[in-house]
Design a protein around this ligand. Structure first.
Ligand code: TYD
Length: 238
């Protein structure tokens, strides 16, 4: 029962009272993939959506930073295309607290504009990163309790899968595919983010159902272990 999402345990919870047929439309599942840069969240999110669709479910792939206006701004900040002007006319990277607030704002906008409407319509949503990314990354230069508090309005995911890959292995993977290093992507930062993820997993404080998976095996093996976890959420009749 541990992994049953809300709509399994509260019958009719998402019934739409205005439907003339009286039919009950079930909410979709909200599944999140987390991990350090190069851990494979983007690939695995896509594979999971393909698998849900093959199973006959409607599924939507999304990501954070989102493709909404605040997410686009964040991506420009991460690559250094948008900077902050200091008093002396110098250009500095946007400071860490501002970045944390932008991630939290992007999250609420993403939920309202994209995630919630899909879930309400019965569509499963798979997000490449969500709240735990903020707790792991923004805690590099902010107090983690403050980061938690600015994200407190974001709904808890039904299932979060953490793809565990050591920072050095993930760095080699990233080097093989691209050469631009974004903010937070140095090996030392990634090692700290990796530790943060591990600590968060062991705490499990208010973060919903959180599962650690070995992300170092082949892409298809990781996809299989993700599917085993997700299958536990599916209604037995499917
Ligand atoms: P990433 O998934 O790596 O996107 P891409 O592959 O397109 O570069 O995400 C971009 C970066 O944003 C990544 O380094 C993690 C970081 N990030 C945070 O610092 N906080 C957050 O809340 C989120 C969602 C991402």
């Amino acid at each position: 029962m541990r992994r049953r999402p809300v709509w399994h345990t509260i019958p009719g919870h998402m019934a739409r009272s205005n439907r003339p047929t009286g039919a009950v439309e079930k909410r979709g599942m909200f599944i999140v993939l987390e991990g350090i840069d190069g851990s494979g969240t983007t690939t695995q999110a896509r594979l999971l959506v393909d698998r849900l669709r093959a199973r006959g479910r409607r599924a939507h792939l999304t990501r954070e930073p989102s493709d909404g206006p605040i997410g686009v701004l964040i991506r420009q900040i991460l690559t250094g295309r948008v900077v902050s002007r200091s008093g002396e006319g110098r250009c500095d990277p946007v400071d860490g607290a501002t970045v944390a607030l932008l991630f939290a704002a992007d999250r609420l906008d993403h939920l309202r504009a994209e995630v919630e409407p899909a879930l309400e319509a019965g569509v499963d949503v798979v997000s490449d990163r969500y709240v735990i990314s903020s707790l792991a990354y923004q805690a590099l230069d902010n107090d983690v309790d403050w980061v938690r508090s600015i994200n407190s309005r974001a709904r808890v995911a039904d299932l979060t899968l953490f793809l565990d890959v050591p920072a050095a292995v993930a760095l080699e993977r990233r080097r093989a595919t691209r050469n631009l290093e974004e903010r937070f992507e140095s090996l030392s930062a990634q090692e700290r983010v990796e530790q943060s993820y591990r600590a968060l997993i062991s705490e499990e404080a208010g973060l919903g159902c959180l599962v650690r998976l070995d992300g170092t095996t082949s892409s298809s093996d990781v996809a299989d272990s993700i599917w085993r976890e997700v299958s536990e959420l599916l209604p037995e009749t499917e």
